[in-house]
Design a protein around this ligand. Structure first.
Ligand code: F6P
Length: 327
C-alpha cells in the first residue's frame, strides 16, 4: 500500500445502532475538510459488491446527527463471506479509485474487514458500531448507551405494573452472544437475577432464591435475561419456572428491536463524532487495518485482527454487585 488516501468509502454493516448516522456525518465532513472525495456505500458490503455507491457532499449528512437507523442502510451480507464476493467488491472500489474504507459495524463486520484487508490493497479502518458492546479493546461502542437506556426506560415501566400486581417478570433484552445490555440495564433497574450468555445459568439457584423470597413475602421479582443466555431466552425460562412454581404469577416481556431504534443519546452522538473524525485522521496518517476505540476517554487504535480474535470480558465485580444488591 503506502499510496496517499484521496478517495474514501464509508459503509454501515450488520445490525444498525443508534449513532451510526452521527459517525457517517463525522467521516464525511472530516474527509471533505481534508479535501478527500467521500463516497457512501449503501447496504454495507452488499453495496460494495453491487456497486451501489453514491458521492457524499457536506449537505448529504445534514440533519442526521439526531436520527436513529442509518441513512446508508445496512445488511448482513453472505456473499462477502466468499472470496468471489470480496473480489467483486474490490474491483468496484478500484474502478472508482476509492483507496480507503471506513467500516462502521460490529464484530461480524470487522471479520469481513480483516479478510478483505488480507487479500486486497485497500486500507480499512473500523468504527465499533453495535448495541451489543461486545468488541474487545474499547469502553464504548456506538449505539450501546442508547439501547441500554431504551431498555431501562421500558423495564421501569414494567416495574410499575409488576409492583402493583406483586408479580415476577422475566424481561428479555437483546444480546445473542453478549450480556452487556442485560447486565447494565439489570443493575440499573434493580433486577434480582440477570442471565447472560457469558455465565452458565444455574436454574436451581434461581428457583431456590425465588422460593426463599416468596417465604418472606417478597413477591415482586425482576429477572433480566439476554436473548442468547445459555439456558435459553425468556420463554424457556418462563416454562421451567411455571413448572416448579405453579402458584407464582409470572409474566414475560420481550423488548426486541425497539432497543435498536430511536434517537441516539448524547454519549452515542459524541463517541460517534469523535470516532468518525479520528478514523479519517488515522487513514491520512497511514494507520489502517485497525479500529478506533475509546479507553479511559482516550482514542485507541486496535488492530482489527486483535478485535476479532479476542472477546470483551464481563466484569466479575459487576456480577458480584448483582448478587449483593438483589436481596
Ligand atoms: O448485533 C445486534 C443485535 O441486535 C443482537 O443483539 C441481536 O441478537 C441481533 O442483532 C439481531 O439481529 P437481526 O436484527 O438481524 O435479527
Amino acid at each position: 500500500m503506502g499510496n496517499k488516501v484521496t478517495k474514501i468509502g464509508v459503509l454501515t454493516s450488520g445490525g444498525d445502532a443508534p449513532g451510526m448516522n452521527a459517525a457517517v456525518r463525522a467521516v464525511v465532513r472530516t474527509g471533505i475538510y481534508h479535501g478527500l472525495d467521500v463516497y457512501g456505500i449503501l447496504r454495507g458490503y452488499q453495496g460494495m459488491i453491487d456497486d451501489d455507491i453514491i458521492k457524499m457532499e457536506t449537505r448529504s449528512v445534514a440533519n442526521i446527527i439526531q436520527r436513529g437507523g442509518t441513512i446508508l442502510k445496512t445488511a448482513r451480507c453472505k456473499e462477502f463471506y466468499e472470496y468471489e464476493g470480496r473480489k467483486k467488491a474490490y474491483e468496484n472500489l478500484k474502478d472508482r479509485g476509492i483507496n480507503g474504507l471506513v467500516i462502521i459495524g460490529g464484530d461480524g463486520s470487522f471479520r469481513g474487514a480483516v479478510k478483505f484487508s488480507e487479500e486486497f490493497d485497500i486500507p480499512c479502518i473500523g468504527l465499533a458500531g453495535t448495541i451489543d458492546k461486545d468488541i474487545y479493546g474499547t469502553d464504548f461502542t456506538i449505539g450501546f448507551d442508547t439501547a441500554v437506556n431504551t431498555a431501562v426506560e421500558a423495564i421501569d415501566k414494567v416495574r410499575d405494573t409488576m409492583d402493583a400486581h406483586d408479580r415476577i417478570f422475566i424481561i428479555e433484552v437483546m444480546g445473542r452472544d453478549a450480556g452487556y445490555i442485560a447486565l447494565h440495564s439489570g443493575i440499573a433497574t434493580g433486577a434480582e437475577n440477570i442471565l447472560i450468555p457469558e455465565r452458565k445459568t444455574d436454574i436451581n439457584d434461581i428457583i431456590s432464591s425465588l422460593q426463599e423470597k416468596e417465604r418472606r413475602k417478597k413477591l415482586v421479582n425482576l429477572i433480566v435475561v439476554a436473548e442468547g443466555d445459555d439456558f435459553g431466552g425468556a420463554n424457556e425460562l418462563h416454562k421451567i419456572l411455571k413448572e416448579k412454581m405453579p402458584q407464582a404469577e409470572i409474566r414475560v416481556c420481550i423488548l426486541g428491536h425497539i432497543q435498536r431504534g430511536g434517537s441516539p443519546s448524547c454519549l452515542d452522538r459524541l463517541i460517534a463524532s469523535r470516532m468518525g473524525y479520528h478514523a479519517v485522521e488515522s487513514l491520512l496518517e497511514g494507520r489502517y487495518n485497525v479500529f478506533v476505540g475509546i479507553m479511559n476517554n482516550k482514542m485507541h487504535y486496535i488492530p482489527l485482527e486483535n478485535a476479532v480474535k479476542n472477546k470483551a470480558k464481563i466484569s466479575e465485580e459487576w456480577l458480584k454487585i448483582v448478587k449483593i444488591l438483589a436481596s
